[in-house]
Design a protein around this ligand. Sequence first.
Ligand code: IYR
Length: 221
Amino acid sequence: MKFETTKFKHNVIPIKDIRKRSKDFYNLIKKRRSIREFNSQDLDDNIIKNAILAAGTAPNGANLQPWHFVIIKNKKIKKKIRKAAEKEEFKFYNKTAPKEWLNALKPLGTNENKIFLEEAPILIAVFEKKFTIKRKIKIKNYYVKESVGIATGILISCLHYAGLCMLTHTPSPMSFLNKILNRPTNEKPFLLLVVGFPKLNCNIPKFATQKKSINQISSWI
Ligand code: IYR
């Protein structure tokens, strides 16, 4: 493909508004919390569609867009995913997880029970594509983890901005998602986003509300 350009149109905003908007965004995003208790209130497809389209604008390696999103609404499939995830999580919590890891998870109070995978109205399985197959030819993708990570961040930000709650769930290993969702082997599950509204009186771990200060997370030189 040859190099062509097109004019960039930037929306110029006065600096005082930029200041305000940066603060507004921080005030909004700092309210995001991972929740694990969902009610079953349905969502319309357009809300999720817009969030997926937003994720698809993420900066990524060579604009090859190495991602695929599967939106799961079907109750039977959610049940299958819950069963398979709980099987893996049981092994994790009772056999394979190192003590150190289990200790790090203690303040979150997580365990192998993943009822939310059935209760939440929407699951979004995010897949990363190490390569793409076009007419039986393998096309390599670049910076796949970075690209899919950024896309997922935008997806989460969009859903939170819209007013929804989420959990980024990462059962390990997640290859059961390929089987259940019928995805090809060039796609690897990146994470499972559980989306919906919190149950009445939904609890969250206090520990997760404590965020590091600006001095702890940044150096200015
Ligand atoms: N995948 C497990 C364990 C887990 C791991 C991390 I790191 C967390 O931040 C939370 C949970 C689970 O989902 O329970």
